[in-house]
Design a protein around this ligand. Structure first.
Ligand code: TEU
Length: 521
């Protein structure tokens, strides 16, 4: 494996997630847009990533901020239009970067013309494009399924006397992928964007897209307790991860492969053994990369991370390329979760593990969780389940570019507040500072590009003192060692260093200082 020379761009490279509402506003409405992203491409290029994933940019009533799509083949007017998209795509490609769109196949918006037609009557030609069921014998919902955002997953439609299924908001009715016409229409939507030149898709909640025939009740989760999300009361045994969903992923893959060098990333939350199945087989592959969220989900200590990394690596099929995610528009900010000192160690870990890393906008500045005043909370998941600390707005705040009004993001008050430290924590300030998080990210990404051992080399965990994670990356004659001190006391460095990069400054001699990570030859 280590001496393969044929690694495609999505194995060798790194992905940067842009949340379009919060990247750059170009028209003074407080919400980011496509022309704004185009204006800020210098930042993305200078960072040294290889591909941009854009969270949804399609027409949407924004009940779930774009994850409620009202037209799979258009552009939301807040963000621009198809001409603006084509300009952005050309500008991104001109810099040698790739573009992934966010495909949302599990559900549409309830404002999508398909749903409007489906809902119009029981006999509508598109009735079966969504999931309609008769009430249970007591008139209640057809089964016990719970929406990921709380409450029943079924919404009653009085006009037709049936319920429709929504795994998320009631404004996000689930599509029926068992219907061949619906499936064909959705694959056509993928073709529409492939034909326009996009390099792939991140596919939203892919493991949700088919439900068990007969809609049996989901079993209770014995580990649930009050205070965690209501969704977790039940194990989503019959509502997710069905064999038919894997078959559809294989069809999506065949479509992507017919266009050549494209990539599909599946958003999939499952234990290792079931997660790995989403790679499919070499003969019938599914997604190229099932997103791996374990750096987000696990406790931040060396022993836990070591076990997690070993188990994940061991779970991969021989043809499966690993990947790592450390932040997203759904997850708490890494700098808040592990603290700013460890966030530097986390950056080094993310960018030196074996597999494709995905960075989330703003993490390269070390932005923390932003407190959102109650009257400015917009996240529907939090509004439906207040007080249990799941607010996603805190990670969705606008990019701070410089010290000008509204951080250069907009000319008006942005849709969500800025990070309170934006006058000093912004791109322009960090660019000038050799010790900043941004400088560290740029150095790490440059090193990854310069050293095939980091980008595509073999991976091996090594023995390490307590609280320290040590591993090697090897490619051809090159062998690099990475040592990460996950604690706030200094530790012996378990090898003679020839340090290529330290998360601290200046370089150490023989010890690993508190909260330090080093890459060494
Ligand atoms: O997220 C799916 C998902 O699993 C989330 O419900 C996640 O568990 C939660 O946000 C964590 O707090 C995807 C999108 O990334 C998310 O933004 C959408 O709201 C959701 O799908 C519905 O499309």
């Amino acid at each position: 494996m280590s001496n393969r020379t044929d690694h495609p761009w999505w194995e060798r490279g790194t992905i940067y997630q842009i949340y379009p509402r919060s990247f750059q506003d170009s028209d003074g409405d407080g919400v980011g847009d496509l022309a704004g992203i185009e204006r800020r491409l210098d930042h993305v290029a200078a960072l040294g990533v290889d591909a941009i994933w854009l969270s949804p940019i399609f027409p949407s009533p924004m009940a779930d901020f774009g994850y409620d799509v009202a037209d799979y083949c258009g552009i939301e007017p807040l963000f621009g239009d198809l001409a603006a998209f084509d300009r952005l795509l050309t500008a991104i490609h001109a810099r040698g970067l790739k573009v992934l769109l966010d495909f949302v196949p599990n559900h549409s918006s309830d404002q999508h013309p398909w749903f409007v037609e489906s809902r119009a009557s029981r006999h509508s030609a598109k009735r079966d494009w969504y999931i309609w069921r008769d009430p249970a014998s007591d008139g209640g919902p057809p089964n016990n399924w719970i929406s990921d955002f709380g409450g029943s997953a079924w919404e009653y439609d009085a006009a037709s006397g049936q319920y429709y299924l929504h795994a998320f908001l009631r404004q996000q009715p689930d599509l029926n992928w068992r219907n061949p016409e619906l499936k064909a229409a959705m694959l056509d939507a993928m073709r529409f964007w492939f034909d326009r030149g996009v390099d792939g898709f991140r596919i939203d909640v892919l493991w949700h897209i088919v439900k068990a025939e007969g809609f049996p009740d989901n079993p209770p989760n014995p580990y649930w307790r009050p205070g965690i999300t209501e969704r977790d009361r039940l194990i989503q045994q019959h509502s997710t991860d069905q064999p038919e969903a894997h078959a559809i992923a294989a069809e999506m893959r065949a479509l992507a492969d017919s266009y050549g060098d494209r990539v599909l990333i599946g958003e999939i939350f499952l234990p290792n053994d079931r997660h790995a199945r989403w790679y499919g087989t070499p003969e019938r592959p599914q997604v190229h990369l099932p997103f791996n969220f374990q750096l987000i989900e696990n406790a931040w200590d060396a022993a836990t991370l070591r076990d997690m990394i070993a188990a994940y690596e061991a779970s991969l099929p021989p043809h499966g390329w690993p990947n790592w995610v450390i932040g997203s528009h759904d997850a708490p900010r890494i700098a808040a979760r592990v603290g700013e000192a460890q966030a530097r160690v986390a950056a080094m870990l993310l960018l030196t593990l074996r597999g494709t890393p995905t960075l989330y906008q703003g993490d390269e500045l070390g932005i923390g969780q932003v407190d959102i005043p109650a009257d400015r909370i917009r996240d529907p998941q939090e509004l439906r389940q207040p007080g249990i600390g799941i607010g996603r707005d805190r990670s969705r705040t606008p990019m701070p570019w410089d010290a000008s009004p509204f951080a250069g993001f907009s000319t008006v008050e942005p849709w969500l507040p800025l990070n309170p430290d934006w006058p000093t924590r912004n791109v322009a300030a960090q660019e000038q500072d050799p010790r900043s998080m941004l400088t560290l990210y740029r150095r790490l990404l440059a090193l990854r590009r310069a050293h095939p051992a980091l980008a595509v080399g073999d991976f091996r965990l090594l023995d390490a003192p307590d609280g320290v994670l040590v591993y090697e990356r090897r490619h051809g004659d090159e062998r690099l060692r990475i040592a990460l001190n996950l604690t706030d006391s200094s530790k012996p460095l378990p090898f003679a260093p020839e340090v290529l990069l330290s998360t601290l400054d200046p370089a150490p001699d023989g010890v690993l200082r508190a909260n330090e990570g080093v890459i060494s030859r």
